[in-house]
Write a protein that binds this ligand. Structure first.
Ligand code: ZN
Ligand code: ZN
Length: 324
């Protein structure tokens, strides 16, 4: 398929494109200081979902700063995800740039909340947006560029976009189905964003047939849903949410399925693990999440890291990153 969209390329990794909000969803001013570096992991893992296009924190970190800090914590590779058109283009440009770090890969998709906006034709500021089909064809073209190893994040979000908004709901489902087809055509794994939409996500995947490698990013279901996903051969990626005090259902889900089909991520700059919830997040904070994962599954920390790393390399067919 030919496309008018060229993969952008540039000599240097671009700086982050946007600032994260200063106010948290409860209307409180956030503490924007970077949490201290944790004890490094005994064996390195891969952060399979973060958003390096976001700037956050009282001190501006470049892509290379994030990667250097992560390496010091035992996180030696990352997958950065672009989830609106601006971030998608930024991610493609970063991966095509000459000084893109070797340990970085990426993925792009139209995020379900963005799908609703493309269908409507304008963003939150009232600026015109291309239609959903046009946005998806740009995604398709950019996924063929250097360093792209996953389609994501796509899925359904009934938290930010109301299930009652018929047009938005239909746009999300159309977009999700298009991304499922795209992952299959490109033979890439699919990262799913599922917020308050477990049953509907399952239904769409069952109806269309899930890609061979399907990952629930920031898994948020309970033990029963986790079992249903794992039994279908899908993978669950746990973020800092698993460390939250009120997340006993999520820890129950992890305890139910064990480590075999599990991965770890930050979703940075969001979802900072306890005890630093609300502060900026970056891959170097994964040791907090790994500690909880090891504890909940009753696994020695080093063994948990080894298992998760092997799964991640296998799922993304990324053998060349060899842990030291
Ligand atoms: Zn997400
Ligand atoms: Zn995300």
């Amino acid at each position: 398929m030919s496309s008018p969209h060229e993969t952008p390329s540039g000599p240097a990794a671009p700086p982050p494109v946007r600032d994260r909000e200063d106010i948290d969803p409860r209307g409180k001013k956030r503490d924007r200081s970077w949490p201290p570096a944790p004890e490094p992991l005994p064996f390195p893992v891969i952060d399979n979902h973060c958003h390096l296009d976001f700037a956050d924190g009282d001190q501006q970190l470049s892509v290379h700063d994030h990667i250097a800090r992560a390496a010091d914590s035992g996180v030696d590779a990352q997958i950065t995800i672009g989830s609106d058109l601006e971030a998608v283009r930024w991610t493609a440009a970063l991966l095509a740039s000459e000084d893109c770090p070797d340990s970085l890969r990426g993925g792009v998709a139209v995020h379900p909340n963005e799908a609703a906006l493309h269908a409507r034709g304008y963003d939150h500021e009232g600026r015109a947006l291309p239609g959903l089909d046009e946005a998806i064809s740009e995604i398709f073209a950019l996924l063929r560029g250097p360093g792209m190893i996953v389609v994501g994040e796509s899925g359904l979000d009934w938290f930010r976009t109301s299930r009652q908004d018929e047009q938005a709901r239909a746009a999300q489902i159309d977009s999700f189905r298009a991304h499922i087809a795209l992952a299959k055509e490109l033979e890439l794994p699919l990262q799913i964003h599922d917020r308050d939409a477990h049953r509907d996500v399952l239904e769409v995947l069952e109806a269309d047939g899930a890609p061979e490698r399907t990952i629930f990013h920031c898994f948020s279901g309970d033990a029963e849903f986790a079992r249903e996903c794992v039994d279908r051969g899908w993978f669950l990626s746990f973020a800092g949410t698993v460390t939250f005090k009120n997340a006993s259902d999520l820890r129950g889900a992890l305890a139910e399925v064990g480590l075999d089909q599990v991965m770890v991520e930050t979703d940075a700059p969001f979802l900072t693990p306890a005890p630093y919830r609300g502060r900026p997040n970056s891959s170097y904070l994964i040791p907090h999440t790994m500690a909880t994962i090891a504890e909940v599954t009753g696994t020695d920390l080093e063994q948990a890291c080894r298992t998760i790393r092997a799964t991640t390399q296998d799922v993304y067919r990324w053998p060349e990153v060899v842990a030291a």
